[in-house]
Design a protein around this ligand. Structure first.
Ligand code: ADP
Ligand code: MG
Length: 287
C-alpha cells in the first residue's frame, strides 16, 4: 500500500532521507534478489557495553585499561568509541606513538615505550601471541603488552529495533536471500542470524574476505542483482563491488559515501526496504 503523498523517483527518495546517485541505481533496486548486510552499525546499534573484564591475576585492571584506552584513542571504530566511553577518563594522546589500525583485526600502538596490541583472536595470531579462547556470545577484545598476553574484555552490542522488520519487509519485496557478513566471531554472528531470520551468515571475515564472499554469491546467483548495506567502516571494498552499495548512518566516512550508490541519512535499516518500494513505485508510474 502506498501512503498518500508518496512520491516516486530520486526526488521522492530524497524526501525520505535516501540519496540515490543516479537513475541506473533506481532501476537496479527493482531487481535485487540478494540483500547483504554488514553487522556493526548496520544491523546492530554499533554501541557496545563492556560486560566483563578478565585480566591475568598479577595485573592491575586500571593500569591495563589505561593502555587499552590509549591504544584505541586514535581509532574511529565503534568498538574504540565504546571502550573510551566506558573508560570515562581524559586521554593524553601525546603518550601514543606509531598508532596502527588493522581493519578487521584491531589496533596496535606504542605507548610509553611499550607495544600494545588490542583486538580479536586473528590479531593475536597475527602477532604470535597466545591467548585465551573465549566461547561466549559477545565481541572479545584481547590485549597484549610487550608481547605478553594480559587478558580480554567482552563487549556487547544490541540489534537495532527495526532490523528484524527490515529483513521481513525485504522478503515481502521479493528478496530471495538475506545475508550477513561480519568480521566479528561466529558466536555473535550466529546468534544475530537466528534472531533476525537471516538465510546466510558468515563470520570472522577480513575486509577483503567480505568481497570474496560477495563474489561467491555472484557465482551462486548469476541472475539476481546484489545489494550491500554497510556503515563504511571496514566495508568500503564490498560497498563498491555490489550492484547497489548502500551506506547508512552518520558514522560513514567520506570514502564510504563516495564508494556507495545509495546513501541513507538515518541509521534505520527499514529505509533499505523504503528505497526498493520507491523504486518499484517509480517503475509503475513511469511505465
Ligand atoms: P563488522 O564486520 O561487524 O562490521 P569490522 O569489520 O569493523 O566488524 O571489525 C571486525 C572485528 O575486528 C571486530 O569484531 C573486532 O573483533 C575487530 N576490531 C576492529 N576494529 C577494532 C578496534 N578498534 N578495537 C578492537 N577490535 C577491533
Ligand atoms: Mg563494519
Amino acid at each position: 500500500s502506498i501512503p498518500l503523498g508518496f512520491f516516486g523517483g530520486i526526488g521522492g527518495a530524497s524526501s525520505n532521507g535516501i540519496l540515490i546517485k543516479g537513475g541506473n541505481y533506481l532501476e537496479a533496486l527493482n531487481e535485487i534478489e540478494i540483500a547483504v548486510f554488514d553487522k556493526t552499525g548496520t544491523l546492530t546499534e554499533g554501541v557496545f557495553d563492556v560486560s566483563f573484564v578478565k585480566l591475568k591475576d598479577n595485573l592491575n585492571k586500571d593500569d591495563i585499561l589505561d593502555y587499552i584506552a590509549l591504544a584505541e584513542s586514535y581509532s574511529n571504530h565503534p568498538i574504540a568509541t565504546s571502550i573510551l566511553k566506558y573508560y570515562g577518563k581524559d586521554i593524553d594522546k601525546s603518550l601514543v606513538d606509531n598508532f596502527e589500525e588493522i581493519p578487521g583485526y584491531g589496533v596496535k600502538a606504542s605507548i610509553k615505550g611499550s607495544e600494545v596490541v588490542v583486538g580479536n583472536e586473528n590479531l593475536m595470531k597475527l602477532n604470535n601471541i597466545s591467548y585465551d579462547s573465549v566461547n561466549s556470545i559477545g565481541t572479545i577484545v584481547h590485549v597484549s603488552i610487550d608481547r605478553k598476553y594480559c587478558g580480554f574484555i567482552i563487549i556487547s552490542d544490541k540489534i537495532k529495533h527495526d532490523s528484524k522488520k527490515a529483513i521481513e519487509e525485504l522478503k515481502k519485496l521479493g528478496v530471495k536471500k538475506t545475508v550477513m557478513l561480519t568480521g566479528d566471531n561466529k558466536y555473535v554472528a550466529q546468534s544475530i542470524g537466528k534472531d533476525l531470520g537471516l538465510d546466510l551468515v558468515y563470520s570472522s571475515l577480513l575486509p577483503h574476505e567480505k568481497v570474496e564472499k560477495l563474489e561467491n554469491l555472484y557465482n551462486d546467483y548469476p541472475k539476481g542483482k546484489i545489494l550491500f548495506v554497510g556503515d563504511g567502516i571496514n566495508d568500503a571494498p564490498v560497498l563498491a563491488r555490489a550492484d547497489v552499495g548502500v551506506s547508512m548512518g552518520s558514522l560513514g566516512s567520506d570514502a564510504a559515501i563516495e564508494a556507495s550508490d545509495v546513501v541513507i541519512m538515518t541509521d534505520n535499516p527499514l529505509k533499505v526496504a523504503t528505497a526498493i518500494k520507491i523504486a518499484k513505485f517509480t517503475r509503475k508510474i513511469v511505465w
